[in-house]
Design a protein around this ligand. Structure first.
Ligand code: 5RP
Length: 227
């Protein structure tokens, strides 16, 4: 197993230690969250974890969780979620995140916001001093794509429409587009997020601010926990 994969798996297994029977869980999306869902699924099938229900953040996660027979809920069915485990594309020392590399940012943010605890699991490469080297994903209503692209270009966000291999626009699970904003270094994530939310047509941003309660990072064979 490569170092990065080992780090992702170790972080995921550490986070799953906090999962208890009876919980309503939020299940994230991506290659790191995959290992957490796998571990939860195995414990569910072994009967060591009972009476859990889960809200998936993407169709891919719903499919993986269903393959273990984990009972699924819609976010609309619950007032709150006990614990969510998800990955991230970047995290800074204040546990602010960029997410959405996998395109699931909107549902991920809804689930994170509804969660009492949000555990981020990561390999060591995602730790940064400043957010922004990873292009910030912004989910946009298709109708508004040209308007939003123009506004974000004028604001120096360098938006690039995410595309599929065949050149057609990438569509999220909500049938929206994604603009990846090449910002380099984000000086003030809170201010940027407010500005983006004022542009009509932007559905959600990949900035997750004040939402992560812990970041659990695989580092070589060790695991480090940031609170
Ligand atoms: C998906 C996400 C993922 O959590 C993020 O892209 C990290 O993915 P991975 O664990 O595969 O590196 O935000 O929308």
């Amino acid at each position: 197993m490569s170092n990065t994969i080992t780090e992702k798996k170790n972080a995921a297994l550490k986070a799953v230690e906090q999962v208890q029977s009876g919980m309503i869980l939020g299940l994230g999306t991506g290659s790191t969250a995959y290992f957490a869902i796998e571990a939860i699924g195995e414990q569910w099938q072994a009967g060591t974890l009972t009476d859990i229900q889960a809200i998936p953040t993407s169709e891919a996660t719903a499919k993986q969780a269903s393959s273990y027979g984990i009972p699924l809920l819609e976010l609309a069915d619950v007032d709150r979620i006990d614990l969510t485990i998800d990955g991230a594309d970047e995290f800074d020392p204040q546990l602010r995140l960029i997410k959405g590399g996998g395109g699931a940012l909107f549902r991920e943010k809804l689930v994170a916001f509804a969660s009492d605890k949000m555990l981020i699991i990561s390999d060591a490469s995602k730790e940064v001093q400043y957010l922004g080297a990873f292009p910030l994903p912004v989910e946009v209503l298709p109708k508004a794509i040209r308007l939003v692209q123009r506004v974000l270009t004028e604001k120096n966000c360098q938006p690039v429409l995410r595309k599929q291999k065949d050149g057609s626009p990438y569509l999220t699970d909500n049938q929206n587009y994604i603009l990846d904003c090449h910002l380099g270094k984000i000086d003030n994530p809170e201010q940027l997020d407010l500005m983006l939310h004022l542009v009509p047509g932007i559905v959600e941003t990949g900035l997750f601010l004040g939402l992560a309660t812990q970041v659990i990072v695989g580092q070589g064979d060790d695991v480090k926990v940031f609170e």
